[in-house]
Design a protein around this ligand. Structure first.
Ligand code: ATP
Ligand code: MG
Length: 282
């Protein structure tokens, strides 16, 4: 029998994924929300993470904190007992170990859980994985099946279309569909080209990643360069102001303000206050 290609909305009820948050270990978890009905009143409740089964794009200029954020997400999930498949495209896998260990200690997380629950694929050392999406996805599928992972991080997806940005859309779409097929919640880190405005969702390959994924988080850093900025931000010339912002998310409501964050000595992210509040601080 030929499968029908259409259905009534009501037939989708059983297939609709539950809406809940997958914790990133940062205050961003409170910036996504869901709407619930409570005694005839509509209330807004924090989701507690990025939406379950979403694929989120983390974009920003170099050194804006994307990798730190991705690692903190992996550590947090591992600590909660969930398996994370971490595909490293930029940084060789052996550097990850020390980086995860330092962060886990600082966050007071049980490192034995992290080493047990984080599964690493090193695409930085293997050209075939970077050049041939199918080869990488076959290996990812093997890892997902063997370890029953529920989360995937690709740092960075840009590294998978480095010399072929015209293919960005196709490649991102393949990995996006792959994560959906395997029911994974995911983070795709994507890098900006120098011509792209720092505060936008645009990244290498244009807006390919932003259009395809379920949502985008923009990380940015600003160097205080002159007297005007010094007065506005009340930070000395030469200091760095870091911000994070949810640029969009199709799956749930969310805060849209830029928030100030700091990087701890261990390389963890601490989201502090909305930028507008920071500027008006006493
Ligand atoms: N342990 C640490 N302590 C303090 N700062 C750190 C630590 N680790 C990294 N940083 C700083 O954090 C910043 C963000 O680093 P991160 O590696 O996350 O950047 P990124 O956005 O992934 O950049 P890229 O696009 O180049 O990969 C850098 O400026 C780096 O110097
Ligand atoms: Mg990085």
């Amino acid at each position: 029998m030929v499968k029908k290609e259409f259905c009534k909305l009501e037939e989708l009820e059983g297939k609709a994924p539950e809406i809940f948050g997958v914790s990133t270990g940062t205050k961003l978890d409170q910036l996504f929300w869901k709407i619930e009905k409570e005694k005839n009143k509509i209330v807004k409740k924090p989701l507690g993470g990025i939406p379950y089964l979403s694929v989120m794009n983390i974009t920003g200029i170099p050194d804006s904190g994307k990798s730190l954020f991705a690692e903190q997400f992996a550590i947090t999930q591992a600590n909660e007992g969930y398996k994370v498949l971490f595909v490293t495209v930029e940084s060789p896998a052996n550097f990850l170990y020390t980086s995860f260990k330092t962060k886990a200690e600082y966050l007071k997380v049980d490192f034995s859980k992290v080493v047990n629950n984080v599964i690493v694929i090193d695409a930085s050392a293997k050209e075939e994985f970077r050049e041939n999406p199918k080869a990488l996805m076959d290996t990812m599928a093997e890892a997902i099946k063997e370890y029953h992972t529920t989360n995937v991080v690709i740092d960075s997806i840009t590294g998978l279309y480095e010399h072929k940005e015209m293919m960005a859309r196709q490649i991102v779409r393949k990995f996006f569909n792959f994560l959906k097929k395997w029911k994974q919640t995911g983070l795709f880190v994507s890098q900006k080209r120098s011509a792209q405005a720092a505060e936008t969702a645009e990244a290498a390959g244009g807006l390919a990643v932003a259009h395809i994924v379920d949502g985008t988080i923009v990380m940015d850093k600003k160097l205080i360069e002159n007297k005007w900025e010094e007065n506005l931000y009340r930070l000395p010339v030469g200091s760095t102001l870091r911000t994070i912002r949810i640029d969009g998310c199709r799956l749930t409501g969310h805060d849209t303000k830029p928030w100030i964050f700091e990087i701890s000595p261990a390389g963890t992210i601490d989201i502090l206050t909305p930028l507008e509040k920071f500027i008006r601080r006493k």
